[in-house]
Design a protein around this ligand. Structure first.
Ligand SMILES: [Zn+2]
Ligand SMILES: [Zn+2]
Length: 398
């Protein structure tokens, strides 16, 4: 590991910052303490600090030399509405809230880089440190910052983000060019039938029977309507209807999520879902409505920037620490909003493959994200901070 000595020297301090943030998790758009901590730190380091973008977002600007070339580095700041099972000293002090996705570590790695770069200024151009609220749960803090003029106020030629990945060896870097994470979309289907006495179904139009058939029919879109080569997931996660044993309700509601990598497949899914919802209800004498909301676009990494970032990781850490073709996955991530506007890539850093946190609930394997026993691996702090620093120096060569 070719780590920067001036970052390794701060490792204990970075651990203390990370654990402080971990102990005080805040949910989407409520990151008041966290953003104040970030703003204070960046100010102490001598950066120009802007707060209040996308409610609780913070941007720190660091300039060196005369060039107007620019780079954006992003860390997400929000925690999850879930309990923490860990009992170590830095576990969550806010009941029902937890840094279960490692955003505490993402913040700290970026702060570590800000400190190094502010002290050394071995680059020529502008670095925008983007601390973003509300990545989790479809809250789209990235979009909120963009809507607040992020890229107009802080132009970025390129933008990069990094997420830790449990199951990948500690400090190994993962890259992928092209579609890497799926779009996230949610839907509400309302089936309006005619309610009535359960003993006299002939006087009603039963929305529950239609709902159960609709669940099956919608799955046929995956296997019969789209090209088998294309990826799409359709999961129904809620069915709500009825309150009594002897009443046929007038309405049933179905909710769920659709994930795809391309807009074309998403268009196809939405179009055909609408057809099934409308026509199936019509076939049984009911009416059906589909409300389809596109939340996060698919995350498409730019080839040139992905190659550049992967080459650099190989140069710093060696080819055995870099996986250039990690498999795509159907999770989603609002970093995709940045990549719709600005070239860049979203990369991954291994959080450990079993030696770090063991999933005590399932009794085996590394603890995954959003698990109550998860914890960000502090060993990554100087690794991620070193990578960010060298990425800036390589992009904005002095
Ligand atoms: Zn998460
Ligand atoms: Zn996350």
């Amino acid at each position: 590991m070719n780590l920067l000595a001036d970052i390794v020297r701060n490792h204990e301090e970075l651990i203390a910052i990370r654990r402080d943030i971990h102990a005080h998790p805040e949910l989407a758009f409520q990151e008041q303490r966290t953003s104040a901590l970030v703003a204070k730190r960046l100010t102490e380091l001598g950066l120009e600090v802007h707060t209040g973008l996308g409610k609780t977002g913070v941007v720190g600007v660091l300039r060196s030399g005369v060039s107007t070339r620019s780079i954006g580095l992003r860390a997400d700041m929000d925690a999850l509405p879930m309990p923490e099972n860990n009992r170590f000293a830095h576990c969550s002090k806010n009941p029902g809230k937890m840094h279960g996705c490692g955003h505490d570590g993402h913040i700290t790695m970026l702060l570590g880089a800000a400190q190094y770069l502010a002290e050394h200024k071995n680059f020529d151009g502008v670095v925008n440190f983007i601390f973003q609220p509300a990545e989790e749960g479809g809250n789209a803090g990235a979009k909120a910052m963009i809507d607040d003029g992020l890229f107009e106020r802080f132009p970025c030629d390129v933008v990069y983000g990094m997420h830790n990945m449990p199951g990948m060896a500690t400090g190994v870097f993962g890259f992928r060019s092209g579609p890497t994470m799926a779009s996230s979309n949610r839907f509400d289907i309302v089936i309006n039938g005619v309610g009535g006495h359960a003993a006299q179904p002939h006087n009603s139009v039963d929305p529950i029977m239609i709902a159960t058939e609709m669940v099956q029919a919608l799955q046929s879109l995956i296997t019969r309507n789209k090209n088998p080569i294309d990826t799409a997931v359709l999961s129904i996660t809620q069915i709500h209807a009825g309150d009594a044993y002897n009443v046929i309700p007038a309405q049933a509601v179905i909710r769920g999520t659709v994930r795809t990598y391309s807009v074309e497949v998403l268009d196809l899914m939405e179009h055909n879902m609408r057809r099934i919802v409308t026509k199936l209800c019509e076939a049984y004498g009911a009416t059906g409505e589909l409300d389809f909301v596109r939340c996060y676009p698919a995350l498409i990494n730019w080839p040139k920037e992905t190659g550049f970032a992967a080459d650099l990781a190989e140069k710093i850490f060696g080819t055995d620490h870099v996986d250039r073709t990690i498999p795509p996955f159907t999770g989603s991530e609002d970093f995709s909003f940045y990549l719709e506007k600005v070239p860049g890539t979203y990369l991954f850093i291994g959080n450990g493959d079993g030696n770090h946190r063991i999933d005590t609930y399932h009794g085996m394997g590394p603890c995954q994200l959003h698990n109550s026993n998860y914890d960000f691996n502090d060993a990554l702090l100087p690794v991620g901070a070193t990578y960010w620093s060298k990425l800036v120096e390589a992009t904005l060569t002095a």
